[in-house]
Design a protein around this ligand. Structure first.
Ligand SMILES: [Zn+2]
Ligand SMILES: [Zn+2]
Ligand SMILES: [Zn+2]
Length: 123
């Protein structure tokens, strides 16, 4: 009985996540529903949701983040200042022919020199 109620609260909270979120953010959202839930419970829930395809995960700034949509997550990392820029690329259909299966979402890291660093004079 308790488990079912917990699951419903978590599913409701999940439905409110429109963008990328972390475990802590989901926990905060649950808190706004007057529920205190341990982080382990939320981790377990997210793991199960990921296995069933309800949730997709990414690594951002050494943290695991999640999305309920099959959004793509792309970083442009500056090799000089190490700043991470998030960029958008909706589709990468051209990759499909190289994938031994069906693709779902992707995460990409692109390295380079950011505009700011490019315009800065070398010292
Ligand atoms: Zn990111
Ligand atoms: Zn830079
Ligand atoms: Zn996915």
């Amino acid at each position: 009985m308790r488990i079912t109620k917990q699951k419903k609260i978590l599913l409701d909270a999940l439905a409110e996540c429109s963008s990328f979120f972390s475990v802590e953010e989901l926990q905060e959202l649950v808190k706004t529903k007057n529920q205190n839930m341990g982080i382990a419970t939320i981790y377990r829930f997210l793991k199960k949701s990921e296995e069933s395809g309800k949730v997709h995960s990414y690594i951002c700034n050494n943290r695991k983040i999640y999305s309920t949509h099959t959004k793509n997550h792309i970083h442009f990392i500056c090799e000089r200042c190490l700043k991470i820029h998030h960029i958008h690329l909706a589709k990468a259909d051209f990759l499909q022919k190289n994938i031994p299966g069906k693709s779902c979402h992707f995460q990409l890291n692109i390295s380079g020199i950011c505009t700011q660093c490019l315009t800065q004079k070398e010292t």
